[in-house]
Design a protein around this ligand. Structure first.
Ligand code: GYE
Length: 336
């Protein structure tokens, strides 16, 4: 009896020793790490996201959430700013307070970032811009930017329309266009509007009747299109600066008893899956691609920085143009 008790207490003691040893032998921080000792060995990334206004944005969020996972060595702190710059500034200040390793910012608009980015710089936290650009005189306020070439997308839109009108035998007709613009002051809006405007003089028979913001959302796109349809009875083309506003325009045109894709040519940007569906349904004519899958690209930049390597300041993503004639063939291969 006595012997058995002794063995049990010896066993218990050795288990206790093992447990205690296990607790204290955890390294305080990763080998070669910065000694901050946060979340064990994980690289902490704060992402100040614009919001959830479009299919593009959702795909972008998912791309970050799937990339910056523990298995890949990251902890992601995600913030949805509901399309408000003040919320993004707050989020960045929170990230600084939490002493994250990297800040990723998808800036809702281009201006007004100096103060908060100075604060990040002073805290020694690298800022990587994703998707949209910022307008600052000191470009040391961010480490790198990755996104689409919005001006080129605008050019591609005009060139595609010119080719399509030619195909339809309407190249010399008077063509009336309206534009549903994105969030005013965002790079995606500024660039696409500029790209289209730069090329308009090549087509003196085209008139830009009106431009107004639809805030990149389907509901606002629909609302603005309804008012355009009331003001103008001879619209030939809608340029929607994202697909979701194009979907809103399609609904407004149908409600007005017209046939989108036939009576009015509809062009969107992004080339999200739902745009391929709208093209297959005959409601939409073209979408100019803008790739949202920036998660792995930002991770590549972070990995380089972790190794102390130099990174390129500007990373443009390759993008195509997808007309309705190719939609059925391509829809299944679309990743977003
Ligand atoms: O086109 C739009 C989104 O900044 C490229 O933002 C992005 C744009 C995208 O809401 O759908």
């Amino acid at each position: 009896m006595k012997g058995k008790k002794k063995i049990i207490s010896l066993l218990l003691m050795s288990i206790l020793t093992l447990v205690l040893w296990g607790c204290t032998s955890e390294p305080a921080s990763k080998p070669g790490g910065d000694g901050k000792g946060k979340d064990n060995d994980l690289i902490v990334v704060g992402y100040a996201q614009v919001g959830a206004e479009s299919d593009w944005r959702t795909a972008n969020t998912v791309s970050f959430q799937e990339t910056f996972v523990e298995e890949n060595g990251y902890k992601l702190i995600f913030d949805d700013a509901q399309q408000k710059q003040e919320n993004q500034i707050k989020a960045i200040r929170n990230f600084i307070q939490q002493d994250v390793d990297y800040i990723v910012l998808a800036p809702v608009v281009e201006t007004g970032w100096e103060t908060v980015l100075e604060e990040a710089k002073e805290a020694g936290i690298p800022v990587i811009l994703s998707d949209r650009m910022i307008d600052v005189s000191d470009d040391s306020l961010y480490t790198a930017w990755v996104g689409g070439n919005f001006v080129k997308e605008g050019h591609d839109c005009v060139d595609w329309l010119a080719g399509y009108l030619e195909e339809l035998g309407r190249a010399d007709e008077e063509i009336n266009i309206v534009t549903l613009q994105g969030t005013i002051g965002s790079s995606a809006q500024v660039g696409r509007t500029k790209g289209v405007e730069e090329k308009l003089p090549e087509h003196p028979n085209w008139n830009m009747l009106d431009k107004q913001t639809g805030e990149f959302t389907q509901s606002k796109g629909q609302e603005v299109m309804e008012s355009f349809l009331k003001s103008y009875d001879d619209i030939d083309v809608v340029i929607a600066e994202n697909d979701n506003m194009a979907f809103g325009a399609i609904d407004a045109i149908k409600a007005a008893g017209k046939d989108p894709g036939e009576d009015i040519i509809i062009i969107g940007f992004d080339a999200v899956k739902a745009a391929f569906e709208a093209m297959i349904a005959g409601d939409m004519n073209c979408s100019v691609e803008c790739n949202p899958l920036h998660g792995p690209r930002v991770a590549e930049i972070i990995q380089k920085l972790e190794k102390g390597e130099e990174v390129e300041k500007t990373w443009y993503v390759d993008e195509g143009v997808f007309p309705a004639s190719e939609a059925a063939k391509l829809i299944d291969s679309r990743p977003y």
